[in-house]
Write a protein that binds this ligand. Structure first.
Ligand SMILES: *[C@@H]1O[C@H](CO)[C@@H](O)[C@H](O)[C@H]1NC(C)=O
Ligand SMILES: *[C@@H]1O[C@H](CO)[C@@H](O)[C@H](O)[C@H]1NC(C)=O
Ligand SMILES: *[C@@H]1O[C@H](CO)[C@@H](O)[C@H](O)[C@H]1NC(C)=O
Ligand SMILES: *[C@@H]1O[C@H](CO)[C@@H](O)[C@H](O)[C@H]1NC(C)=O
Ligand SMILES: *[C@@H]1O[C@H](CO)[C@@H](O)[C@H](O)[C@H]1NC(C)=O
Length: 363
């Protein structure tokens, strides 16, 4: 059989995507569809490094893999992406288990892939700025300190137990550190103070924290802190507002805070206009409410003597109602913040249509 006959056969059977170069079949991928300015490849299957070597990816800056199977996001894979000039990658439903961190990619979104291992090379200069690896099976943050250019790191819903906060001290531009839904119990054995000069958003929700080492955290720009759904029993709210002078949003709900912490938190956060979510504790009413007995008596113009008890009960009921109303207002404020954040995300996606240079992950 001659080469030209093979070529013709291939054109018929390989639907014009594969062709022969020096005996090897080359798979030339083309965009199946676009989402905004992201080129999408559906059902790509690349497993063996030889397959990757024989793959040519579209010459685009933003490339998304949907379904199919990649298996190993290898060094060779990274090289092929680099050759195509790809700067931003997302992969969804591709079952990547092993990631060799790419040094030339700026934004990498590998949510929900079953990732178990990330390989980071200490001598490599990484340009990565946005890294989202949520909903995977990572257990370790080993060598993440070499990703010094990160602005955003999202590792929600993995299996991480220990986070040495110093890991992020090498990332002067880190703004968002999202670690929710792991098994974090401790922040390592070091007692050194960690400065994260750009951090505005820290999410530690849904972990197993019993205490926060506030005295170790120097986070001068922190605006939004979530410690929701942990095992905290105490919260030093006055230390929190001192350590994080710009704090505007604090979610400490779903923790079993003691009455002292609860009472102090309400006062401190209301006073500092920090939008806060803290569960109502089963503390005595007087403990939970800012006014004391004496003040209550005065506002009613009654000195509680014989008939005083019924008045006190009424006062308590009113206080309870005020408290519940205040909580509703707080929840609505949180929702407004959410809406604002959602609006910002939408605006960014509009920008993404206008100028891909400012693109953020729309997925
Ligand atoms: C990808 O595979 C799924 C299921 O196998 C199929 O429904 C879909 O049409 C495929 N997409 C493309 C672009 O080939
Ligand atoms: C993935 O690639 C790395 C480096 O290229 C290699 O060491 C490893 O064995 C590969 N793993 C699998 C499962 O192919
Ligand atoms: C604050 O943090 C929480 C938890 O990470 C997040 O759900 C919320 O959207 C954030 N709010 C703003 C305004 O960034
Ligand atoms: C409220 O904050 C101010 C300073 O910001 C402080 O002087 C005052 O004592 C605080 N009040 C309460 C009840 O904590
Ligand atoms: C904001 O967006 C998230 C995800 O799209 C959604 O779950 C949430 O309900 C939205 N929040 C509001 C207040 O619309």
């Amino acid at each position: 059989m001659t080469a030209s006959l093979l070529w013709t056969l291939c054109l018929i059977t390989c639907v014009s995507v594969s062709f022969l170069v020096r005996g090897a079949v080359v798979r030339q991928y083309t965009c199946d569809s676009y989402f905004q300015s992201w080129c999408q490849l559906h059902n790509a299957t690349v497993h063996m490094d030889t397959e990757v070597q024989a793959s040519v990816f579209p010459r685009v800056r933003q490339l998304g893999f949907i379904y199919g199977s990649i298996g190993n996001f290898s060094h060779t894979f990274n090289n092929q992406l680099f050759k195509a000039g790809v700067l931003r990658v997302f992969a969804r439903g591709t079952r990547i288990t092993h990631l060799t961190m790419p040094s030339t990619i700026e934004q990498l979104y590998l949510r929900d892939n079953g990732l178990q291992a990330v390989e980071i090379e200490p001598r490599t200069r990484y340009t990565l700025r946005y890294l989202r690896l949520q909903m995977n099976r990572l257990r370790s943050l080993a060598r993440f300190e070499h990703l010094t250019q990160l602005l955003e790191l999202n590792l929600c819903d993995n299996l991480i137990e220990v986070v040495a906060l110093d890991t992020f001290a090498t990332m002067p531009n880190l703004r968002q550190l999202i670690l929710c839904g792991n098994h974090i119990k401790t922040f390592g054995s070091s007692t050194a103070v960690v400065l994260l000069p750009s951090l505005t958003h820290l999410d530690l929700g849904g972990n197993f924290l019993t205490r926060l080492p506030l005295e170790r955290w120097q986070l001068p720009q922190l605006i939004n802190l979530s410690v929701r759904d942990n095992l905290l029993t105490a919260l030093d709210s006055s230390l929190i507002v001192r350590r994080f002078p710009l704090l505007r949003i604090l979610d400490a709900s779903a923790n079993a805070l003691d009455c002292h912490s609860y009472h102090e938190a309400l006062q401190t956060f209301v006073n500092r206009s920090v939008v806060h979510l803290i569960d109502r504790r089963m503390c005595s009413v007087d403990d939970a409410i800012v006014l004391d007995r004496e003040a209550a008596g005065r506002t009613n113009g009654i000195i509680p003597e014989d008939g005083g008890t019924t008045v006190m009960v009424e006062v308590r009921h009113l206080k309870e109602r005020i408290f519940l109303q205040q909580r509703t207002i707080q929840q609505q404020r949180m929702e407004i913040e959410q809406l604002r954040a959602n609006l910002t995300t939408l605006m960014e996606q509009f920008d993404l249509v206008a100028g891909p240079a400012r693109a953020l992950d729309p997925f």
